[in-house]
Structure formats: structure tokens, C-alpha cells
Ligand binder design. Structure first.
Ligand SMILES: Nc1ncnc2c1ncn2[C@@H]1O[C@H](COP(=O)(O)OP(=O)(O)OP(=O)(O)O)[C@@H](O)[C@H]1O
Ligand SMILES: [Mg+2]
Length: 279
């Protein structure tokens, strides 16, 4: 049949569907506000993160970086605005706290698209590295034991920890424990990964191995990554965009090179000068 004779098809082809889907931001903060009592911690946060984009959050202590990540992880409720994941509402400031923490299957499914790694790795001390990674896929996702174990091996290998799979956390260095913690999050196969100062609790000589894992993840996966860091050099090389937070607001957001070489806001310039001088 001549192609021009093909009747109009209403369903998108796989390729069209991909194009349309990939244009939906991985996540969006829309006028998000957060208060702790009377303290305004996030104010009118607007940020769209593309799929596979890497965004670094920088800013002084108390500027709201961790809180921003925690609202996306739904570890904190919000008081205003909306957060969307894949175009779907994750949480809305007009919902009650209980609604925001809703444990309904749909809410749980949206949350599962997001994983987070913290400064403190908090591995289960009585479980081996492999068991730490396999436990959530087994208990939360309901994978059979052998599949969960295979998955654990896969992600331990991705972070370069296969050789220590059967060790207890106590016998691992801080850097190794943090790599296991990263594998543990990855094993839930999220689309968005949040990293909150994941190298801050490490001895300086162990920082590099964890940053190398992040770099590899950035290069080899299409994960969307939001990362709070005080390592400016890393942020510059790793991130597509950098957001500078100041007093609960995104004061400036720009491509990494441009914000470091040529910040437009005076506050950003002051912050960068202070941080770079202290190193
Ligand atoms: N659970 C809480 N209850 C009350 N206030 C809080 C709570 N968590 C954070 N805050 C306050 O919110 C503000 C932002 O804190 P947040 O931890 O997001 O800052 P940050 O930018 O991550 O700082 P740091 O670089 O020190 O980690 C701070 O003033 C902090 O004291
Ligand atoms: Mg913080």
C-alpha cells in the first residue's frame, strides 16, 4: 500500500510517544513554599528539571537545600505550591499533611520513582552489604529472594563493591559504606536520585571514590540527579545546571560553567568567593 494512503492513526507511534514523554520534565517545583512553624524555609521555589538532567544545589548553611530535596522525597510536607513528577502531581500545598503523606497505592508508586542518599549512610549493621541492598526490593517491591539478590549484585557491581558483597558495614570504610548506600537506593530503580552532601561525613581521602561513582552514574545512566554539594569543583564539572539557594529562594539558576565563571547576582558572587577562598 502506498504510504500516503495509510489512514490517519490516532495512537502515537512508539517514537512519537517517546518524544512527547521525554518533553515532560522529570520533576517540577511550582511556587513551592515550606514553613517550619513561623519560619519560612522555602519561598516560591520554581524549578523544572529535565529527564537525565543533573542539577547541583549550592548555597549557605540553612538556605533550604536539604529541605528542598526532602520535599521532593515527600519526607517533608509543603505549605504552598505543587511538586510534579513526570507531569503528575506528587504533592500539593493545599492538601492536608495527611493527604500529602497519603499511603494510597498511587502516591506510593509516584514516590517510588525517587531515591535519596544522605550524608549519614545508615546501613543496617547486622546485614551484609548485599543484604542491605536486597532488602527493600524484596520487602517493598516483593521480588523473590533470588531476583532481589541478583539485583543487589548488579548494583553493588555498578558502585564497584562486588568484592565486599558479603561484608558487614562495620568492616567497610566510610566511602565503601556510602557506595553501598548508593547501590541500595539504585536497587529500587528510581528515575530521580537525590544526593544530600553524600561526601560530607567522609575522611578527605575517601571523598574521591564516592564522587567517581556519582560521575559514572551520570555518564552511564539516564537518571535525573539532584545533588546538594559543597564540592564546587565537582558541581562545576558534573552538573548541567547549578541552582544557588539563598534564604529559602532560588536566587540564581544557570548552566554550571556560567554560574561559576560569570554569576549575575551579587549574592552568588559573594558566596562563591567565600567558599573558594576557604578551600
Ligand atoms: N525539622 C525542622 N524543624 C524546624 N526547622 C527546621 C527543620 N529542618 C530544617 N529547619 C530549618 O530550616 C532551614 C533550612 O534548613 P536546611 O536543612 O534545608 O538547610 P541547608 O541549606 O540544607 O543547610 P546545610 O548546608 O547546613 O545542610 C534552617 O533554618 C533550619 O534550621
Ligand atoms: Mg543540608
Amino acid at each position: 500500500m502506498d504510504e500516503s494512503m495509510t489512514p490517519h492513526v490516532f495512537l502515537p507511534t512508539t517514537k512519537d510517544a517517546f518524544v512527547v514523554a521525554s518533553e515532560v520534565p522529570a520533576c517540577e517545583f511550582i511556587h513551592v513554599g515550606k514553613q517550619f512553624g513561623t519560619l519560612e524555609v522555602l519561598r516560591d521555589i520554581n524549578l523544572e528539571v529535565r529527564r537525565a538532567e543533573k542539577v547541583a544545589l549550592i548555597g549557605p548553611s540553612g538556605s533550604g537545600k536539604s529541605t528542598l530535596l526532602r520535599t521532593l522525597m515527600t519526607l517533608e510536607t509543603i505549605n504552598a505550591g505543587e511538586i510534579k513528577v513526570n507531569g503528575e502531581t506528587l504533592t500539593n500545598g493545599s492538601w492536608t499533611p495527611d493527604q500529602q503523606r497519603s499511603d494510597k497505592p498511587a502516591a506510593r508508586a509516584r514516590r517510588r520513582r525517587i531515591g535519596m542518599v544522605f550524608q549519614q549512610f545508615n546501613l543496617f549493621p547486622h546485614m551484609t552489604a548485599a543484604e542491605n541492598v536486597a532488602v527493600a526490593p524484596r520487602k517493598v517491591l516483593g521480588l523473590p529472594r533470588n531476583e532481589a539478590e541478583e539485583r543487589a549484585q548488579k548494583y553493588l557491581s555498578m558502585v564497584g563493591m562486588s568484592a565486599k558483597a558479603n561484608e558487614l558495614p562495620l568492616r567497610l570504610s566510610g566511602g565503601q559504606q556510602q557506595r553501598v548506600a548508593i547501590a541500595r537506593s539504585l536497587a529500587m530503580e528510581p528515575e530521580i536520585m537525590l544526593f544530600d552532601e553524600v561526601t560530607s561525613a567522609l575522611d578527605p581521602e575517601l571523598v574521591g571514590e564516592v564522587l567517581a561513582v556519582l560521575r559514572k552514574l551520570g555518564e552511564e545512566s539516564d537518571l535525573t540527579m539532584l545533588l546538594v554539594t559543597h564540592q564546587m569543583e565537582f558541581a562545576r564539572n558534573f552538573a548541567d545546571r547549578v541552582a544557588f539557594l539563598w534564604q529559602g529562594q532560588i536566587h540564581e539558576v544557570a548552566e554550571a560553567k556560567s554560574i561559576f565563571d560569570n554569576p549575575t547576582e551579587e549574592r552568588t558572587r559573594q558566596f562563591l568567593r567565600a567558599v573558594l577562598e576557604s578551600h
